[in-house]
Design a protein around this ligand. Sequence first.
Ligand code: FMN
Length: 333
Amino acid sequence: MLKIGDIEMKNQVVLAPMAGVCNSAFRLTVKEFGAGLVCAEMVSDKGIVLQNDRTLDMLYIDEREKPLSLQIFGGEKETLVQAAKYVDKNTNADIIDINMGCPVPKITKCDAGAKWLLDPNKIYEMVSAVVDAVEKPVTVKMRMGWDDEHIFAIENAQAVERAGGKAIALHGRTRVQMYEGQANWDIIRDVKQAVTIPVIGNGDVQTPQDAKRMLDETGADGVMIGRAALGNPWMIYRTVNYLETGELMGEPTAREKIDVSILHLDRLIALKNEHIAVREMRKHAAWYMKGIRGNARIRNGINECTKRDQYVSLVTNFADEVEAEEQNAHQVG
Ligand SMILES: Cc1cc2nc3c(=O)[nH]c(=O)nc-3n(C[C@H](O)[C@H](O)[C@H](O)COP(=O)(O)O)c2cc1C
């Protein structure tokens, strides 16, 4: 089983941190679908230190989400440590995660995110400073390297372990790859063999069978799922079930997807407000509707919604139509 510090997860399935996605509304929904651990979207250390209102809002955690890992990013030791201390004392997160994978120039230019991957000594210095300053377990999420010429995954993971880090999540891509190409799972196996702390494998797990294959092939202690869970918390539920029983459950119906999208929207409204939530829901809705036949006909409508009730009536009518069409097809067939 996956255990980080003293925190024991009920299974090995982990929701990946995703900026703009993994707020409390989505995390709680995914948790209810059985995730062993949910990760929050990355939060800026400087935003925390400067007590920026919007940043502090990102630290909200519902008790029902726990165990939860809260990720911070930064490039300077002083602010990173200060932010970690704040999270340690003022939030109900169970784990403090440090981002060492974010590839976007806005972040790497500040010597944060994936930039650290070039320097195991910096990793050691930064992680030990945070570990010494907090009580909660500290973990790191990293990519395997900067580019093909600089793959220091093993050295970097060992630096995390020496510094007192309690687990590593490893995305098998370089920074330069961004999201291109295929994630390298061999490096996850190599890192797992090189450290004694838990390793969580990540990258391109698209189906429950992929999750099992990653665990089997790499020996990782956990499997982290990102994009496959967008608009699809069933991916988490089906994976947990497949790993436990070997049985592959069916995909959700259109009605189920639409009902959960409404629950997600209601949670976003409670978290933010209707104006922001309905707009934010547009991208989630596109993910929820993926795979439903005829979804193109409500795409524009969703993007024009500004009120909860508009969204609910649009998608509920759509679910009614899809069900009627399926019934007709069934009768004809
Ligand atoms: C929309 C989006 C936002 C992301 N934000 C973060 C983030 O805040 N912190 C982080 O460590 N990784 C972030 N990632 C990377 C994911 O956690 C994960 O490593 C990556 O998507 C590969 O896993 P997957 O193939 O299962 O999607 C993000 C990915 C996506 C698609």
